[in-house]
Ligand binder design. Structure first.
Ligand code: ATP
Length: 229
């Protein structure tokens, strides 16, 4: 397997306040990688850097062999990164169909394929995004990212705050995406679900990568030490 995304010794600041002190990780084509760590350890900041929404102070981010540190976010997205941001942002006044088609780029993922993955979205085709339930908005946010036909899907807390039955629907969709061979970088607090899907895990503590290895090797000892479980 070849590395699709590589992050090497990433440092990053919010103004004068340093948030990342050496994050390294890699996602190979077709691989699902879990990015783990307690609250405030730097997961979202790492994702903001990968998606070029924030500037790295030092270190290197490369995607498909190209260094993207200085690239603006719209160009990074065009290279094939699909972000589902924390807080499931959709365009509130637009309908489900409009939200999806506005994001479309050529490829296998189109409106029909997204509603086959999330039938609820098809049932709500002409409903405004801001009238959807939280779970439906999350499905729409994932659908929007898929409509860009990404080579890497980045999910930041995709099941946060949702009812158990909806979470299960979203986990089933993520498993289906994995089975299709989509590379995924996954941040989520449901450790059991994440480790059941990811093949590899990266643990952050205070803005640094402190452990990485097979997801199956994240045992109770590691979880106690780094994840507060
Ligand atoms: P959570 O699970 O709570 O989202 P996280 O692992 O994603 O946590 P980050 O949100 O990346 O962590 O936060 C890393 C550090 O950066 C924390 O110390 C946080 O307080 C700080 N930080 C995050 N966002 C900002 C911001 N907009 N301005 C200043 N500091 C920030």
């Amino acid at each position: 397997m070849s590395a699709l995304l590589t992050v090497t010794d990433l440092h990053s600041h919010y103004g004068k306040s340093q948030a990342l002190f050496g994050v390294s990780l890699a996602v190979d084509a077709g691989q699902v990688v879990a990015l783990l760590g307690r609250n405030g350890m730097g997961k979202t900041t790492t994702i903001r850097n990968i998606c070029r929404m924030m500037r790295a102070t030092s270190g290197e981010i490369s995607f498909d062999g190209q260094v993207i540190n200085a690239m603006p976010s719209h160009r990074a997205a065009r290279l094939g990164m699909g972000l589902v941001p924390e807080g499931r942002r959709c365009f509130a006044p637009l309908s489900v169909h409009e939200n999806l088609t506005a994001a479309a780029r050529p490829g296998a993922w189109d409106y029909a394929k997204v509603v086959a993955l999330f039938p609820r979205l098809g049932e709500r085709r002409d409903q405004r995004a801001d009238t959807l339930s939280g779970g439906e908005q999350q499905m729409l946010a994932i659908g929007r990212a898929l409509m860009t036909n990404p080579r890497l899907l980045i999910l930041d807390e995709a099941t946060e705050g949702l009812a158990p039955v909806i979470r299960q629907e979203i986990w089933a969709a993520i498993r289906a995406l994995k089975a299709e061979g989509l590379a995924i970088l996954l941040v989520d607090k449901s450790l059991r679900e994440v480790l059941g899907i990811a093949s590899h895990a990266v643990i952050l503590e205070r803005g640094s990568t402190v452990w990485q290895g097979a997801a199956s090797a994240v045992d109770t000892g590691l979880a106690n030490r780094y994840l507060g479980v």
